[in-house]
Design a protein around this ligand. Structure first.
Ligand code: 0RA
Length: 634
């Protein structure tokens, strides 16, 4: 950040906020749960910008009892001096005009995160109330807003030596379909932000349930990679790390290989998780493949042929985080970096830094090259197995698995595939379903542990074969999303520990092998009821404990709960087909949870903890969660 005195004139104003209330989804993605949480990220991103300027090191987020939010930082405070042209303070312009801020001066080095980088005024527009407090130049200032409109003049309310900004807001019930914040959703994202900004302390406080978590990683990306590998067996104890900054860009990378077979590369651009990849990731991959091949050749480790990209990425955990002034996001979910100049730049930074590292650390370099060579050997075996699955004849005349009860419609945007735990629930679901649009695939017991098996072993597993063929997409190099046969894939398991486990397994499988299915929002989790509460002839389903308690209270009024009967469903098999249809399958009444990439990623980590080869974290996990099985629920 150039040392430049900030004045009210530095604000550039583009437009008012009416458009934001008219088309909120254009600015925050949606007016559902994701959009609601986006409000918090938007404010936090502004605070993070202060940190990137090297000024702020603490951000506190509080979810209040009524689901209102406070975000407090110890940055410079939003400027409060007058802008002559608009006859308003800079603070008021920042809060009431779109794209107002010192941030659109490209020369000023500021990284604005946020999905659309629209700024804090959008949060103001979509809040039924917003209060801002600024500590700056020895004073405390306050101002209040309602639905984007200023309510009162800027007040000076006290004196202070501190600086910073506190934003309190109440999301507008006229805008959002849900107003309930989810602690874990916010925690996951805030943890990520803390990892990506070494030294920044973020505190999340939930006053609804007296829960508090603090995220603070002085090691930044190195700690991020270690955390991702925590349940795995690293083949070199210290992650590789390098950072290169120029005037306008920062490239920061951390790498650690583990003894497993999966690849885990996470890309971030201005702290936004680029789920769909992009030029920074392709630059990284190209350089990695080249540097490892070059080293292997130079050391005479490579006997036959080159190592492929997949070979050098087996067991790789890496974070590629870049910060650039004008990111262009593309793709289905706008999470793919498009800036073409970035690819070559990342490639050259990685090439030189990584080959230097290999020269200086030959023991680690050898371990990495040997691991890639192992993978090359296994590749040929896998190819044979894959060809088998691709050949449809493996499944008789229709080319489909016999266990699949397919639907009659071929319109994939209308059809649904239910993956049902167990043969008996599968049987009920087959009777209950709408045959036109709903297909049922019963899955026997626990499907194979994909984390511990290479592709070649996975593909001889009958359950996985059936699933792949039913999906229609094929797998690995042959994967083709356009061949998918259903646009809704619904995981339906029992509400017990086994069910949670199978769900985790399936989420992991999709996360690992069908990430595009998850990215496109095709994967869902069915929500069968947990209870049936009845009294006399009235009988109502409850989908969680709170609903059950409310029902018992209502039905029990007047006679102390006498005659209220609660049935708890443990398994889907306890419901008859009619009940299953009413509660879980009927598109008009059911509720389903769409799986996000974050859900799948967390399942993947849980999965490791539950199934992985390293015993210590598993023991710890079971000890901490044994009494709280709910935590297994993703
Ligand atoms: C405009 C200009 C400057 C800082 C900010 C806005 C700012 C916004 C937010 C939102 C939450 N916390 C914030 N902290 C700062 C630059 C101020 C300067 O140069 O003194």
């Amino acid at each position: 950040m150039p040392e430049k005195k900030y004045t009210g004139e530095d604000i550039r104003v583009l437009e008012g906020l009416d458009g934001v209330r008219l088309r909120p989804a254009m600015y925050i993605g949606s007016t559902g749960k994701e959009g609601l949480h986006h409000l918090v990220y938007e404010v936090v991103d502004n605070s993070v910008d202060e940190c990137l300027a090297g000024i702020c090191n603490l951000i506190k987020i509080t979810i209040h009892k009524d689901n209102s939010i406070t975000v407090e930082d110890n940055g410079r405070g939003i400027p409060v001096d007058m802008n002559k042209q608009f006859k308003k303070t800079a603070l008021e312009l920042v809060l009431t005009k779109l794209h107002a801020g010192g941030k659109f001066d490209k020369k000023a080095y500021m990284i604005s995160g946020g999905l659309h980088g629209v700024g804090i005024s959008v949060v103001n527009a979509l809040s039924e109330k917003l209060k801002v407090q600024v500590k700056r130049q020895g004073n405390i200032y306050e101002q209040e807003y309602k639905r984007g409109k200023t309510l009162d003049k800027l007040k000076q309310t006290g004196k202070t030596k501190d600086t910073g900004t506190t934003v309190f807001f109440v999301p507008d019930k006229e805008i959002f379909s849900t107003l309930e914040f989810d602690f874990n959703t916010l925690a996951t994202r805030l943890k990520e932000i803390a990892f990506l900004n070494a030294g920044l302390k973020i505190i999340l406080n939930d006053e609804r349930k007296n829960k508090k978590e603090e995220f603070h990683y002085t090691g930044g990306l190195v700690e991020f990679v270690k955390w991702l590998n925590k349940t795995k067996e690293a083949i070199h104890s210290k992650p590789i790390y390098f950072k290169k900054s120029t005037d306008h860009t920062i490239i920061e990378i951390s790498i650690q290989y583990n003894s497993g077979y999966q690849e885990n590369i996470f890309g971030f651009v201005n702290t936004i998780n680029t789920v769909e990849g992009g030029t920074h990731i392709s630059g990284f991959k190209t350089a990695l493949t080249r540097v490892i091949n070059d080293y292997a050749k130079k050391q005479n480790i490579l006997k036959t042929g080159n190592l492929t990209g997949d070979d050098v990425r087996e067991g790789l955990t890496a974070i590629v985080s870049i910060k650039i002034p004008e990111p262009q996001f593309e793709g289905q979910t706008k999470t793919k970096l498009g800036n073409s100049e970035v690819k070559g730049y990342v490639d050259s930074v990685v090439s030189s830094a990584l080959s230097d590292f290999f020269e200086e650390n030959p023991a680690i370099a050898k371990k990495i090259v040997n691991k890639a060579a192992e993978s090359a050997k296994a590749r040929n075996a896998a190819k044979k197995a894959r060809d088998l699955v691709r050949r449809k004849s493996a499944f008789g005349l229709s080319g489909l698995p016999g266990k699949l009860a397919d639907c009659s419609s071929k319109k994939k945007d209308k059809t649904e595939l239910y993956l049902v735990e167990g043969e008996s629930a599968g049987g009920s679901a087959k009777q209950a379903r709408n045959k036109e649009i709903q297909a049922i695939l019963p899955l026997k017991g626990k499907i194979l542990n994909v984390e511990k098996a290479r592709l070649d072993k996975m593909l001889v597993n009958q359950e996985i074969k059936s699933l792949v063929v039913a999906l229609g997409t094929a797998i690995a190099e042959s994967f083709d999303l356009s061949k998918i046969r259903y646009h809704k894939i619904v995981i339906m398991t029992d509400a017990d520990v086994d069910g949670a486990h199978i769900r985790t397994l399936l989420l992991t499988l999709f996360y690992r092998y069908f990430p595009e299915v998850v990215n496109n929002g095709y994967l869902y989790i069915a929500q069968p009821p947990l209870y049936q509460v009845s009294k006399g002839r009235e009988s109502v389903y409850a989908y969680n404990d709170a609903e059950k308690d409310a029902l018992v209270k209502r039905m029990g009024k007047g006679d102390d709960g006498k005659g209220v009967n609660i049935q708890r469903y443990k398994g889907l098999g306890e419901m008859n087909p009619d009940q299953l249809w009413d509660t879980t399958l009927n598109p008009e009444h059911r509720s389903m949870k769409r799986v996000t990439v974050a859900d799948a990623q967390e399942a993947d980590r849980l999965f490791d903890i539950l199934m992985g080869s390293v015993v210590a974290p598993r023991k710890h996990f079971i000890q901490t969660h044994a009494l709280n099985v709910k935590n297994l629920d993703i």
